[in-house]
Design a binder for this molecule. Structure first.
Ligand SMILES: C[S@@+](CC[C@H](N)C(=O)[O-])C[C@H]1O[C@@H](n2cnc3c(N)ncnc32)[C@H](O)[C@@H]1O
Length: 152
């Protein structure tokens, strides 16, 4: 059973770490991370397929693909499973940061190799990567990617 605190502890992390005003919560399920971020003054839009979800949220009932037009400053994902690689690729393509808390791999990898794979993918796509641990049970490692600094 995943830790029910995960949405609040990740929202606290995101607010402390990023100043982004337009956040996309990818694979947000019922929208609990969205609600936690919105309660902290960070307007968020969730992408997922759930018709049964929390009320009064900005929610796009579809999967994120690399073809989605970019209208955000930050991508976040809590246990986003099949969306995890897409988050990394999308953020790199649009030169915006991401923060993901990986869980299951989309390619059959075990957890630790999956974490290394995601970090390598972000670096390969030109991003700077760091990690942190959230104060929660279960899969709690956050992988953060920052776009390369724009040279003037
Ligand atoms: C394990 S659930 C996690 C849901 C929620 N973040 C949580 O922690 O309870 C994984 C979710 O990823 C969603 N998902 C997978 N690929 C996606 C994509 N490309 N775009 C949006 N959501 C996606 C699935 O529909 C599912 O709801």
């Amino acid at each position: 059973m995943a830790d029910l605190r995960r949405f609040d502890v990740f929202a606290d992390f995101v607010v402390a770490r990023f100043g982004a005003e337009r956040i996309w919560d990818i694979a947000g399920g019922q929208g609990r991370l969205n609600a936690a971020l919105t309660a902290r003054g960070r307007p968020t839009t969730t992408f997922d397929l759930r018709w049964k979800r929390l009320p009064n949220l900005n929610y796009q009932q579809r999967l994120l693909t690399l073809d989605e037009a970019c209208n955000c400053d930050l991508l976040v994902g809590m246990h986003p499973d099949g969306a995890t690689s897409i988050i990394v690729q999308y953020a790199a393509r649009h030169a915006i940061p991401f923060a993901v808390v990986p869980c299951c791999a989309d390619n059959g990898m075990a957890y630790k190799p999956w974490l290394r794979h995601l970090q390598g993918l972000a670096i390969e796509l030109g991003m700077t990567v760091s990690c942190a641990d959230l104060p929660m049970q279960g899969r709690s490692r956050v992988v953060v990617g920052m776009p390369a600094a724009v040279s003037l």
